[in-house]
Design a protein around this ligand. Sequence first.
Ligand SMILES: *Cc1c(COP(=O)(O)O)cnc(C)c1O
Length: 355
Amino acid sequence: MKNSISTPIEISKTNRSKIEQVDFENLNFGKTFTDHMFICNYANGVWETPKIIPYGPLTLDPSSRVFHYGQAVFEGMKAYKDEHDDIFMFRPEENFNRINASAKRLCIPEFPEAYFFDGLKTLLELDSDWIKPGYGNSLYIRPFVIATEASVLALEADEYSFMIICSPAQSYYAGEVNLLIEEKYSRSASGGFGYAKAAGNYAGQFYPTNLAKDKGYQQLIWTDSNTHEYIEEAGTMNVFFRINDTLRTAPISDRILDGITRKSLLEIAKREGITVDVSPIRISEIITAAENGTLKEVFGAGTAAVISPVKGFGHQGTHYDIEPIENSYASFFKKTLMDIQYNKAEDTFGWRYKV
Ligand SMILES: *Cc1c(COP(=O)(O)O)cnc(C)c1O
């Protein structure tokens, strides 16, 4: 990573900022976007000169392969401002590596590192007024790549657009959620691309999630596609269980997204001397722990909500409540991570990235 810009980026600024129209106290997550966006096209085997242009609609041929075959990958990351108006990101090289790992699985050409970091830095500096200081405020950053080649032939494209759009966000606390353990539908399958942030993985989640919503659950706990006996993820987050004082999560595989929040929590836990057990988690173990009172906490972990505490879960028609506890791991991890992200604590891991 470097901090001086070496990439030639063509910048065309908007002559009319929308920022005055935005109510930063009442943001709907993912609905409002900043004044500019980054775009870099791939054609004839090369990524062309990156551009920053006013945020706005795209013009694409209706046969563009992304519309037909879902050849698209994305990332989710955040920028934070401290009280000195310095801008920080959290482990962005992990997102860079992951979007290229996702791209590789979908036959999308890898994006150059300098373009990614120089594009991000230039975009964030241009739209820096959209990043509000204050604990919990952030700018949600969505890099993505789509196959733009005009053709309905079912093959990987030879033209793409890599883009970055940014959306101001407030800390959101969705309330505590109830999750339903899913034993029929799968988010991903062995040999598939569940480990990639590929657009199609998410389209397939909506239907089974809606079935759970009809039963009063906000999200699903996904189980393995082979046996549906092992717990893998929750909604679009990695999932953690605290049984007595041991922190448990499933090992990553080709079915599980290798979350940056997840791997950061595991490192924080190690530093704090919390016992960690990363091994396949049987549904039956969780049911037993819920019944005998050793299941102390369940929470999701991901960039958007950081930590999402779970207040109960359903399994085969039975509902299990999880009693709230003092000094929860969930609140400890959330504060520890956010203090690093907002430049409020010493960063012993070297995770904070100053833009
Ligand atoms: C993005 C994502 C996560 C969380 O990853 P982070 O890097 O922590 O944001 C977990 N599971 C799925 C399915 C995801 O798409």
